[in-house]
Design a protein around this ligand. Structure first.
Ligand SMILES: Cc1cc2nc3c(=O)[nH]c(=O)nc-3n(C[C@H](O)[C@H](O)[C@H](O)COP(=O)(O)OP(=O)(O)OC[C@H]3O[C@@H](n4cnc5c(N)ncnc54)[C@H](O)[C@@H]3O)c2cc1C
Length: 472
């Protein structure tokens, strides 16, 4: 009898390694393919950032079981790790366990995944062909492996959104690349010299932008001449402040509160309602031009720009697979309405597992932050439950695969317009039900500390509707 093919995991971030842990515990063969020279390559890039989740919310249950077998010292469960802590104290030891270490290949970038011998158009009997995965080593050497299923946990970090409000690189953006950083530079560490005594504009309205603004403000305290401008597309910055005290992740709420303190003290220049259109180099610095409240406008000049406008998934290596993507957020079609930031901004999502994550392509799953496409609200706990369900499905344990449970902390912010949201409009705190917003259905008196609780058991595959999905 021939040996079954392994299950391929693309990317050794926290969710890929959690998938590996679940597969190992179930005795299924797997290969983790990691593009970087070591596991958790993306997190190492933002290792200086402190997470807003405490340790107990960062460790997967199956991973914990493997680590316990290996004599792991554990982590301080109620403390906040940095990205570097997460790698050093959790992900590196996990990758080194005997159950996983022999199954991880680093410097192995996946550049193509196909059904062997079939392009996207060949619909008949696709599931009788294995997946053929092309891996590229750093010097360009390519080889292929076969797999019976694929869990794509390759993240989005390496694919930042460009500056242009239309989703494309703004004219001038490529030419000025040496003065632009994406994501969260280490402003008070390795990258200090780049920002000290200079003027910097941070463009974006999410947690990465907030982190960069707070770091710049700290830098400005000790470095005269350091100036900070915040450019946001939203007409109000209230939402970025978050739910504050209402955020069930206190560290996340504290980020917003610290930012509000800075703005109240006029330590930031703030430009709202601004859609960036183009960049121009002048002798004084970079000028950002665009539209503000419908009129032509410009901001600057600035010495440096930090573009913190989020990331997007890259499906290029899977283009010959039959994917079923949501037209707005680029998650699966089923998951999209639950996380589309145009519809709600709770940062919470009804429990979902392998069914909601399945594409038309049998045996191909996208999990982790990439499963959320362009939606910005992914949490590790979500990804751990995703891969638990996917692995149970691949193991043929349908009862476990369908028994999807997820408890997520509320953000304390829940809006349908993403405009003016004061803490008083916190998630689940409205008196009136709101049809568009699954997290804001019940009056405060009925709410629990978590927005989304155990998924109601309904017909297999049916997602709970908005009214039943939160505040359960
Ligand atoms: C600054 C920051 C702070 C965050 N804080 C929190 C928090 O406090 N709490 C929380 O719950 N979540 C937080 N998140 C969100 C989320 O949990 C993280 O983004 C997490 O790293 C997602 O894990 P992942 O495994 O899906 O993807 P990643 O960690 O991005 O891992 C993807 C891996 O795939 C590899 N890869 C990419 N392309 C390929 C390829 N083609 N072939 C092979 N390998 C590839 C990468 O090198 C990487 O190792 C935070 C995110 C950021 C950016």
């Amino acid at each position: 009898m021939s040996t079954p093919l392994p299950i391929a995991i693309i990317g050794a971030g926290p969710i890929g390694l959690a998938a590996a842990s679940h597969l190992a515990l179930r005795g299924l063969d797997f290969e983790v393919l990691e593009a970087g020279p070591s596991v958790a390559h993306n997190i190492r890039d933002w290792g200086h950032v402190k997470l807003f989740s405490v340790w107990s919310q960062c460790v997967d249950d199956a991973a914990r079981a493997l680590l316990a077998r290996a004599g792991w010292d554990g982590v301080p469960e109620d403390q906040l790790p940095t990205g570097h802590d997460l790698v050093r104290d959790y992900l590196d030891p996990l990758a080194a366990t005997s159950e996983i270490s022999g199954h991880v290949e680093t410097n192995a970038r996946v550049v193509r995944v196909v059904r062997q011998g079939r392009d996207r158009l060949s619909s008949a009997q696709r599931d009788s062909s294995p997946f053929e995965i092309t891996i590229e080593a750093p010097l360009g050497l390519r080889r292929t492996i076969l797999a019976r299923a694929v869990i794509d946990t390759s993240g989005t970090w390496q694919n930042p959104n460009p500056l242009g409000a239309d989703g494309w690189a703004a004219p001038g953006e490529q030419e000025l690349a040496s003065r632009i950083r994406y994501g969260i530079p280490d402003i008070n560490g390795d990258d200090r010299a780049e920002y000290a005594g200079r003027s910097t504009a941070v463009i974006g309205g999410g947690h990465s932008a907030v982190n960069a603004l707070l770091d710049l403000a700290v830098l400005a305290e000790g470095e005269p001449g350091t100036a900070v401008t915040w450019i946001a597309r939203a007409s109000s910055i209230a939402r970025v402040f978050g739910g504050g005290e209402n955020d069930k992740l206190p560290a996340r709420g504290a980020l917003g509160r610290r930012l509000k303190t800075l703005t109240d003290a006029d330590r930031l220049d703030i430009v709202t309602s601004f859609s960036a259109g183009a960049l121009r180099a002048t002798p004084e610095g970079i000028v950002v031009s665009g539209r503000r409240s419908g009129e032509s406008a410009s901001a600057g000049p600035f010495d440096r720009l930090i573009v913190a406008t989020g990331q997007r998934p890259d499906f290029s290596f899977a283009r010959e697979l039959q994917l079923d993507l949501h037209p707005v957020v680029e998650s699966t079609r089923q998951l999209g309405p639950l996380i589309d930031p145009n519809l709600h901004s709770c940062g919470t999502v009804p429990p979902h597992g392998w069914r909601e994550l399945a594409h038309a392509e049998p045996g191909y799953f996208v999990a982790g932050v990439k499963s959320y496409g362009r939606a910005p609200t992914f949490l590790l706990l979500t990804g751990y439950e995703q891969v638990r369900s996917i692995v149970a499905n691949l193991a043929g344990d349908q009862a476990a695969a369908d028994d999807v449970r997820l408890v997520l902390p509320e953000t304390g912010v829940c809006s349908t317009t993403l405009e003016e949201v004061a803490p008083a409009a916190a998630c689940c705190a409205r008196a009136q039900p709101h049809a568009d917003d699954p997290c804001c259905e019940r009056p405060l008196a009925e709410t629990s500390a978590v927005c989304c609780t155990v998924r109601p058991r309904g017909p297999a595959g049916a997602l709970p509707n908005a009214a039943s999905s939160c505040c359960g």
